[in-house]
Design a binder for this molecule. Structure first.
Ligand code: S3P
Length: 427
């Protein structure tokens, strides 16, 4: 259980070209290669615990994986039964998407993960998958991992999801690719759309009509991926907040996906007063470019719409709230309760420990900007909580316990933070 202490920083001007690669896209690269005929080539795959676990699972399912340290090549041999327990580690995305992918595969599979993942709700995917014929089970009637899956024939469906979740949508799209007819999936708000974009790019017949995705079953295997994974906006956002809360500072975040379902937190920071510019440099599966963030005095805002577009960034955005003038409010964010930790409670308790006035709601919280004080924060094993409070420490110094979890998504976070401030790491 390593702890970290950061000291308050001076102002800085920085360009970062090595923000961690996108986690959502990296998981999908490894998994979707299993559906292709021929070799997929992936550059800048995220080498963090979550996505390396997914790559290991893909190997266990029979794919041939070559990795020269730069490009990862994946050649599927069809999904094969494995004698291994498929270990998703800390990753909800890994576990939920594999449920969709394996529901129709030949064989029996066990998915498990770390103690945090084994507490997170899986019924959101196991229930709709069961309703189309999938044979999935787990503790609490299929809600908790370890999960067992016996591949089965899947029926065509028209499913209306009550939550805007890209993980649920992706699991159902993966199942639809092997169902026995045209399938429709609707969601209440558009969630991130990498699955649709990437599978379409691989030749799958997928149409998006507003909030409904229409999927035709695969007639043949798909075209392999040839992709460079962009930087992850949710990782980049920690340094956006760092610049926004530090007088005189600016940062340029290079090669980030500018997909509109992923950069809503930057838009929120802009609404608070930070100066932000976006430069698109390419557009293949996704628009990709640079984001420049410059400090300006911040004002409070309310965030209550398009929550799924900034759900992962809310802990870091809350640090900006604590440094802004007035009371900021987050509503309709009930999903925060079932992330890597209960992020409503971990953010609220963390900010209180730093002397900030916070009110907790069932579906969010409000934060009154004020003087942040140095506190001692427990990450509860949640990478985004650990990184958010280390960024808060740029203002006032901070101690954070249990920071190993940062390796699940952003292994070079400390190296980048050290460009801005002094850091002490303890075993
Ligand atoms: C993800 C979707 C989001 C997000 C998670 C990654 C994905 O979860 O919070 O970090 O890659 O599909 P939900 O789909 O459950 O909202």
């Amino acid at each position: 259980m390593r702890s970290a202490e950061v000291l308050a920083c001076e102002t800085f001007s920085l360009s970062i070209c090595d923000i961690a690669a996108d986690k959502s896209i990296s998981h999908r690269c490894a998994m979707f290669s299993m559906l292709a005929e021929g070799e997929s080539q992936i550059t800048n795959f995220l080498r963090a615990e979550d996505t390396m676990n997914t790559l290991e699972i893909v190997k266990n399912l029979g794919a041939i994986v070559e990795d020269d340290g730069s490009v990862i090549k994946i050649r599927s041999q069809g999904i094969q039964e494995s004698s291994e327990i498929l270990d998703c580690g800390n990753s909800g995305t890994g576990m939920r998407l594999f449920c969709g992918l394996l529901s129709s595969a030949n064989g029996h599979f066990i998915l498990s993960g770390d103690k945090y993942l084994r507490r997170r709700p899986m019924k959101r995917v196991t229930a709709p998958l069961r309703s189309i014929g999938a044979k999935l089970d787990g503790r609490k009637d299929g809600d908790l991992a370890p999960l067992s899956i016996r591949g089965a024939s899947l029926k065509a469906f028209n499913y209306e999801s009550k939550i805007a979740s890209a993980q649920v949508k992706s699991a159902m799209i993966l199942a639809a690719l092997r169902a026995d007819g045209e399938c429709r999936f609707s969601e209440p708000e558009l969630s991130r759309d990498h699955t649709e974009r990437m599978l379409k790019g691989m030749g799958a017949e997928i149409e998006v009509d507003g909030l409904t995705t229409i999927i035709q079953p695969m007639k043949s295997l798909l075209t392999p991926l040839n992709i460079r994974v962009p930087a992850d906006p949710s990782s980049a956002f920690f340094f956006a907040v760092a610049a926004a809360i530090t007088p005189g500072a600016n940062v340029t975040l290079e090669g980030v996906t500018l997909n509109k379902t992923r950069i809503e937190a930057f838009k929120a920071l802009e609404r608070m007063g930070a100066k932000i510019t976006y430069t698109t440099l390419e557009d293949k599966y996704e628009p990709i470019g640079n984001i420049r963030v410059e400090h300006a005095p911040l004002n409070a805002i309310t965030v209550e719409e398009n929550i799924s577009w900034l759900i992962d960034e809310l802990p870091a955005l809350s640090i900006a709230f604590a440094c802004a003038k007035g009371r900021s409010v987050i509503k309709n964010a009930h999903e925060l309760r079932v992330k890597e930790s209960d992020r409503i409670s971990t953010v609220v308790n963390g900010l209180r420990a730093c002397g900030i006035e916070v009110e907790e709601y069932e579906d969010g919280y409000s934060v009154v900007g004020g003087d942040l004080h140095k506190g001692k924060i427990d990450s509860h094993g949640d990478h985004r909580i650990a990184m958010s409070f280390l960024i808060a420490g740029l203002r006032c110094g901070m101690e954070v316990d249990d920071v190993e979890c940062i390796n699940t998504s952003f292994p070079n976070f400390f190296a980048l933070l050290e460009k801005i401030t002094t850091l002490k790491l303890e075993q």
